[in-house]
Design a protein around this ligand. Structure first.
Ligand code: ARG
Length: 263
């Protein structure tokens, strides 16, 4: 995670961002702290990267890379405003014992790559280039399923899909998703692969309710995603709401602030 000490909205690279609206950095920090404390209470070992002045989006650490099997595939950001974050995260991975793979293709890390069981779901359409899907497949030797996003408000895959079961339960890992975020081809794939998925409402998705972290039982979600909360409870999960309203001004939520380090 990356404490949002330099968080603000000074440019617009997604529809959520409006540089004309004021932001409150100290509120962002205290809301982020609540997420950090929630993870600590769940027994998660949280590592921090130092925030860099002038990189207001660095708090969204999910975009810093994709880490699996002790290997960190670095990010190469779409927009110049965020490009310096790529090397900063790669430096952290190298200094913390991960084998760093410098990317050739444009990709925004775990924003667009989600590990579901053995498979990597990979998003494209707004940020990560489709060529990065083949690249990540080569790097990790896993099956990669390409999905195309069509709504600019759900520009990263982690805004449109929540991974509920990082490890398979009875052979299946389940997900939750927003149907309207995908093109027809992608929707057909999701329906076939995940017939029991939770289908989330536009209302819950519109506050980035899907942008969440699950350990397979506890699911940390946006506090205002009350419909999703109910759906999770019905399925036997334990939803835990956190308010990250200030970070929503940059177009991010729980998952965006979280990069999983899989050794
Ligand atoms: N302002 C950031 C951007 O547009 C938000 C990133 C959100 N991160 C995520 N994993 N969805 O790039």
């Amino acid at each position: 995670m990356c404490r949002p000490e330099h968080f603000t909205v000074s440019y617009r690279i997604n529809p959520w961002m409006n540089p004309q609206l004021p932001t409150d950095t100290s509120l962002a920090v205290s809301q982020w702290q609540e997420l950090y404390d929630t993870y600590r209470r769940l027994g998660i070992d949280v590592q921090l990267i130092d925030p860099i002045d002038g990189l207001p989006d660095m708090v969204y650490s999910a975009n810093g890379g994709f880490v699996l099997d002790g290997k960190a595939y670095g990010a190469s950001f779409t927009y110049p405003e965020r490009q310096p974050e790529g090397p900063a995260y790669m430096e952290w991975f190298g200094a913390n014992g991960f084998e760093v793979v410098v990317p050739e293709e444009v990709n925004e890390g775990e924003g667009d790559f989600l590990l579901v069981g053995d498979v990597i779901l990979a998003g494209t359409g707004f940020r990560s280039a489709s060529d990065s899907h083949a690249e990540i497949g080569r790097v990790f030797g896993r099956e990669v399923v390409s999905l195309t996003l069509v709504n600019p408000s759900f520009y990263h895959l982690d805004t449109a899909i929540a991974v509920l079961d990082p490890e398979p339960v009875d052979g299946v890992s389940n997900i939750a998703y927003l149907e309207s975020a995908f093109d027809d081809r992608s929707l057909a794939i999701l329906r076939e692969r995940y017939p029991d998925a939770i289908i989330v409402s536009e209302q819950d998705a519109s506050i980035l309710g899907l942008n969440s972290y699950s350990d397979g039982y506890n699911v940390v979600i946006a506090a205002r995603a009350t419909g999703f909360e109910r759906q999770l409870r019905e399925r036997g999960y334990n939803p835990i709401g956190v308010d990250l309203s200030e970070l929503l001004l940059g177009g991010g939520g729980v998952k965006c602030c979280t990069l999983e380090l899989r050794r």
